[in-house]
Design a protein around this ligand. Structure first.
Ligand SMILES: [Zn+2]
Length: 357
């Protein structure tokens, strides 16, 4: 006899049913809210399909249509339990296909095909994810010890599986889980010590089909982060030496050599936020012979580039910094591939003067 596999859980079974093993069949009765059947029912599977048909107000369907309807209806139930907005389109298609199963039509018309086993597995992934998410939400990231934090973050790595991108339904489910994960990371305070990178990460997250806005940043916190960094101070001094010796003003823009324009930060928050930025400036001496600067820093927020920058590892001794620079960073690279973390342009504009930084 040919081995039969349950179309829901994919485990082998040998029983008279066409689709489900006995365990899954019992679970489906419960899942769909049907009361347990009396023993006298000979074929519980056919009975389940009939009851699903009746629930959908479809009577006198032939057996083939009943079984097809049941699969779609069960899939829809699992998709509903996953509760991701991005699945609405898929659900709508399956609902329509259910509507189109009619007693007096010859064919079953399908606008979307799926495997019940795939949907079942996706559902199990989301259950596992939800459980870990609850734990993550309850963690106090300021106090948790490094090992616990790391294990917790690593336990979610299964949602960053690039091979899940290929099937459309699984893409949507994994996209949604990653999107939620990053929302929790940003809002939940894992990156509390990296406000600027959090802000940019938050901006880059969009629901499926949407593009992030470009950002123009003028806020003081970010500006002092930059002006207080050694890289910035050194660069300004170099530029004054190079262009300001016998002048009252100078401009550094795209026409200048690259090394005067490109700027890369090596410190914590700035390292994660800005990758290969360019800094343009206008410098002018005021009446006290002090240099005044109008500065514009431009960058494209792009996590896929980050792989190459990783070698300049974070030297910040913060207890969570290495998790961010390795595990979270690898997650972010996968999320860029999924399009959960998207690229956008950002511009930081400010004025400063000699002696103020
Ligand atoms: Zn099964």
């Amino acid at each position: 006899m040919e081995e039969k596999r349950c179309i829901l859980c994919n485990k082998p079974y040998n029983y008279k049913y066409e689709m489900f093993g006995r365990g899954c069949l019992d679970n489906l009765y419960e899942l769909l809210g049907f009361a347990k059947q009396p023993r006298i029912i000979w074929n519980k599977e056919l009975n389940l399909c009939t009851r699903i048909a009746w629930k959908n107000h479809k009577f006198f369907l032939n057996r083939k249509k009943k079984y097809a309807l049941a699969q779609k209806y069960i899939a829809l139930n699992y998709l509903n339990m996953m509760n991701y907005e991005a699945l609405n389109d898929t659900k709508k298609k399956i609902s329509n296909d259910i509507k189109n199963i009619k007693t007096f039509s010859n064919n079953i018309v399908e606008t979307i095909s799926f495997s019940l086993n795939e949907i079942y597995r996706l559902f199990n992934y989301t259950q596992k994810f939800n459980n870990i998410l609850e734990e993550i939400k309850n963690v106090n990231w300021e106090e948790v010890d490094k090992k616990t934090a790391e294990n917790l973050i690593k336990s979610v790595s299964f949602i960053f599986d690039i091979t899940k991108k290929t099937s459309p339904i699984s893409y949507v489910v994994f996209y949604s889980m990653q999107y939620i994960f990053w929302q929790v990371v940003v809002i939940g305070g894992i990156l509390n010590n990296k406000k600027f990178s959090s802000k940019l990460l938050f901006n880059s997250l969009t629901i499926i089909g949407n593009k992030p806005k470009d950002l123009i940043i003028k806020d003081d916190e970010v500006i002092s982060l930059i002006t207080e960094s050694e890289i910035f101070k050194e660069r300004i001094n170099q530029l004054i030496k190079k262009y300001g010796q016998d002048a009252d003003e100078f401009i550094v823009d795209d026409k200048n050599p690259k090394e005067d324009v490109l700027i890369r930060f090596y410190e914590g928050d700035l390292l994660y936020a800005l990758h290969d930025a360019t800094m343009l400036l206008k410098a002018k001496k005021d009446k006290n012979k002090k240099w005044n600067f109008e500065i514009e820093i431009n960058d494209k927020y792009d996590f896929t580039e980050f792989k190459n920058i990783k070698q300049y590892a974070d030297v910040d001794k913060n207890k969570l910094s290495d998790i961010f620079s390795t595990t979270l960073n690898n997650f972010a690279v996968v999320s860029s591939e999924f399009g959960v973390i998207k690229t956008f342009d950002l511009k930081i504009i400010f004025n400063t003067k000699e002696g103020e930084f």
